[in-house]
Design a binder for this molecule. Structure first.
Ligand SMILES: Cc1ncc(COP(=O)(O)O)c(C=O)c1O
Length: 432
């Protein structure tokens, strides 16, 4: 009998958290690391929200609370999401979760049997694919194309739909590409779902970057389209909009109260409840007029950084970078740079056991980190199924303009350092 259950080998991860160890190693080696890997706003939680949380703790609001979430917060979420999506949500449909991540596993646990098919964006948030494979469902990645600004069309989706399609993940604005689906894209997608999908399909609409949009764009949700609210789980949270990543606060809105009760029971089984003082701070975030000012400052900063960084990356020979319309990530194509640096030849020359564990964008990422001190994320950190032959990295612009400028300058130097790359490979360290 083996120590670990067989299923554990099927669970993926989020490398953004794992890379911390490599960064620490670099720092201990004396490397000054610029972190363009980070998936959280580089702004502190606005003061009015912090004050509410602290005052709740000091008033003794530190006990268990309702597992579905406290009613004042569920009411605030229902009101905000109803108004912004033009739909009608009852607080009983809202389940408060410990961050925006738990609803992903809750959804797959609730609706998907082994062998059922799950469609999800690739590149996409890695936790979708991780839970799909863990539960023995069939992973059906919907590959997002750089040439289409990383959005996708109804036709692309239609080709992937089958009788076994059970859950479809949509994430707009997207991590890691910053792509945003337009209202007309979403209308087309809704039409495919209405006409081609099995009636009990569920759409997981991950809207966690809903407030981080550029060029005056307005957020569209698939739940607003005809016949879609009854099929859609809207997931969002406080991490990105209110810079509250460490508070662990998110939510899911279910099509029915019965389905919400299942999510409530999952909360009971796993975390019991989200801390009540965190929830009160989250309610304050929705209700205070101060919040919008903080959001506007943050988004303006991200937009200015994007406006600098995208042309700067495109000016590097061998790199092309699409202009993201939301979130705080850039997803440059590094294929040309890899050719220039000799990455593909190096891949071929690696011993078989190392070759199995690495790939070109990983070698690029590690070289840039260990030799040039810039932390980025490789392509396969955002979905592995069908990702061979795709050569991208993700850069986060949730970092100061100074860091972004310096980071891009160092990446440029790295792409011109064919000799240094060959030496890095011959040293045989940090290749995966
Ligand atoms: C698309 C997407 N969904 C969900 C999450 C999870 O957010 P949280 O930190 O609130 O769990 C993230 C975080 O990076 C994300 O990018």
């Amino acid at each position: 009998m083996s120590l670990l259950a067989d299923r554990m080998s099927a669970l993926g991860s989020e490398n953004a958290f794992k890379l911390g160890e490599n960064i620490q190693e670099c720092i201990s080696m004396g490397i000054n690391v610029i972190r363009l890997n980070i998936g959280e706003p580089d702004f502190d939680t606005p003061e009015h929200i912090c004050k509410e949380g602290v005052s709740q703790i000091l008033r003794g609001n530190t006990h268990y609370c309702p597992p579905a979430g406290i009613l004042p917060l569920r009411k605030a979420i229902a009101k905000q999401v109803s108004e912004t999506r033009g739909i009608n949500i009852h607080p009983d449909q809202v389940i408060v979760t410990a961050g925006g991540k738990p609803p992903i596993s809750y959804t797959l646990i609730t609706y998907v049997n082994p062998g059922d098919e799950v469609i999800y964006p690739s590149p996409g948030f890695p936790i979708y694919e991780s839970w799909v494979t863990f539960l023995g469902a069939k992973a059906v990645p919907l590959h997002l194309e750089e040439s289409k600004g990383f959005s996708f069309t109804a036709d692309q989706l239609e080709k992937l739909v089958s009788k076994k399609t059970k859950v479809i993940f949509i994430n707009s604005p997207s991590n890691p590409t910053g792509g945003v689906l337009s209202k007309s894209d979403i209308e087309g997608i809704a039409e495919v779902i209405r006409t081609k999908c099995p009636p009990d399909v569920r759409i997981y609409s991950d809207e966690i970057y809903e407030n981080i949009l550029f060029d005056g764009a307005v957020h569209s949700s698939i739940a607003s389209m005809k016949g879609m609210q009854e099929k859609t789980i809207i997931a969002s949270g406080h991490s990105k909009t209110y810079s509250m990543t460490g508070w662990r606060l998110g939510f899911a809105i279910l099509p029915t109260k019965e389905e919400a009760d299942i999510f409530k029971n999952l909360n009971i089984n796993i975390v019991s409840c989200v801390p009540p003082f965190v929830q009160e701070a989250g309610r304050e975030a929705y209700e205070s007029p101060e919040s919008i000012k903080s959001i506007n400052i943050m988004v303006k900063n991200f937009e200015e950084r994007r406006n600098f960084a995208v042309p700067a990356l495109n000016a590097i020979d061998g790199i092309t970078c699409a202009m993201p319309k939301g979130a705080f990530y850039l997803f440059p194509n590094i294929e040309g740079a890899c050719k220039k640096m000799g990455v593909f030849e190096a891949m071929e020359s690696l011993p078989a056991d190392i070759k199995k564990r690495t790939f070109p964008s990983k070698l690029f990422q590690m070289f840039v980190l260990y030799k040039y001190g810039v932390a980025t994320m490789d392509r396969k950190s955002f979905g592995q199924v069908g990702a061979d032959g795709k050569h991208f990295i993700r850069l986060s612009i949730a970092s100061s303009m100074e860091n972004i400028k310096e980071g891009i300058e160092r990446i440029k130097k790295a792409t011109n350092d064919r000799e240094g790359f060959a030496k890095f490979i011959s040293e045989g360290k940090h290749l995966y």
